[in-house]
Design a protein around this ligand. Structure first.
Ligand code: ZN
Length: 352
């Protein structure tokens, strides 16, 4: 007998930026798009019940934007950090991107998560639930004056930085092969941001922080530590991946490593390659589970922001991830934890 489809809570996608750049509003998400990885129809097919929907602000100029395009990178590479973006511009862009999310919510088919109940109801057949996430805190004023207002608009998760510097921290530069130990940690404003996120119940994501920033958050934050879309550095020495000491600290905190399907972060040799087998994703699950246990792993697809294995394809293929876990010997209970249970536990502990 075929096992029941398992619903997924997904740690990271870039569909809002894709919609923003296309300029046709939110409507393309509500049917089936011919490109990319995620839309309402493919989410339903694959069991994508809820996910972190990133607001990411591109640099202002085309020249700076070109430097952020990941698929061109061939290892070895050592890209300099992207330049900073001004707060006022970032806030304007973020506003337009959040408007798209509100447009999706107005359709009735998508809900913006405000409480854990919303995510729980998505797991039992309710509307697709989007968790509003900032990938880089540039839209937040360095004095945090507008943070509470953004929380009211639905903000429930943020990474202090993407891979560039801002008022709060220094991101991790894209390098392969390389350690994540590149550059400085949190600024004073960054420390205040982490504390204020703890107080408001906003999840702090470590995915694009360098190692100094990671340890600064680890020593400061009272919430479980989360890296929403990062893999094991031992299996793929990408500066964005987590070294063993970081994995151990995430486990100790009760947090989650969101294993990402991004092929550039999966292999020993590095480089973006859709022919990487889906089994390689499970190698990372095995490695992290071997170190810190199956309770500290989820998935962070990076749909519409990365090149994922062709064998997975897009969001409609998520049950193949569940099948690959079963093939590797994970029990039905483990599969449920990995697909959604662990994320749900962390949301309960972080948002309350
Ligand atoms: Zn990212």
């Amino acid at each position: 007998m075929a096992p029941e489809p398992v619903p997924f809570i997904d740690g990271h996608n870039d569909i809002l930026l894709t919609l923003h750049l296309a300029g046709d509003g939110a409507a393309p998400f509500l049917s089936r798009r011919s490109e990319g990885h995620l839309d309402l129809e493919r989410a339903r097919e694959g069991g994508f019940a809820a996910g972190f929907f990133a607001v990411f602000v591109l640099p202002e100029t085309e020249k700076e934007r070109a430097a952020t395009r990941i698929p061109d990178r061939k290892p070895p590479y050592a890209q300099p950090l992207a330049g900073p973006v001004p707060t006022e511009y970032a806030l304007r862009e973020a506003g337009a991107i959040i408007d798209l999310l509100d447009e999706l919510a107005a359709s009735g088919d998508v809900r913006v998560a405000r409480r854990v109940d919303d995510v729980e109801s998505a797991l039992s057949g309710g509307p697709l639930t989007a968790i509003l996430h900032f990938e880089g805190a540039e839209p937040i004023e360095p004095g945090l004056e507008n943070l509470a207002e953004l929380y009211e608009r639905g903000l429930r998760s943020l990474g202090p930085v993407w891979s560039r510097s801002n008022a709060f921290a220094e991101g991790v530069a894209f390098r392969f092969p390389y350690s994540p130990d590149i550059g400085g940690g949190l600024t004073e404003a960054g420390r205040r941001l982490v504390s204020e996120c703890n107080r408001l119940g906003i999840l702090v994501d470590l995915a694009h922080l360098n190692e100094r920033g990671f340890w600064d958050v680890a020593s400061l934050s009272e919430a479980p530590l989360i890296a929403s879309h990062s893999n094991a550095h031992a299996l793929s020495p990408n500066s964005r991946n987590l070294i063993d000491a970081q994995l151990d600290e995430i486990g100790r905190s009760g947090g989650i490593v969101g294993i990402t399907y991004h092929t550039g972060m999966l292999t020993e040799a590095g480089g973006v390659d859709p022919d990487v087998p889906l089994a390689r994703v499970i190698d990372h699950v095995d490695y992290v589970a071997g170190r810190i246990g199956v309770d500290h792993i989820g998935f962070g697809s990076d749909f519409d922001g990365a090149t994922v294995p062709a064998e997975l394809g897009d969001a409609s293929g998520l049950q193949r991830v569940a099948a690959a876990l079963r093939d590797r010997g994970y029990t039905e209970e483990d599969v449920a934890k990995l697909a959604h249970g662990n994320w749900l536990r962390v949301l309960h502990e972080t948002w309350a």
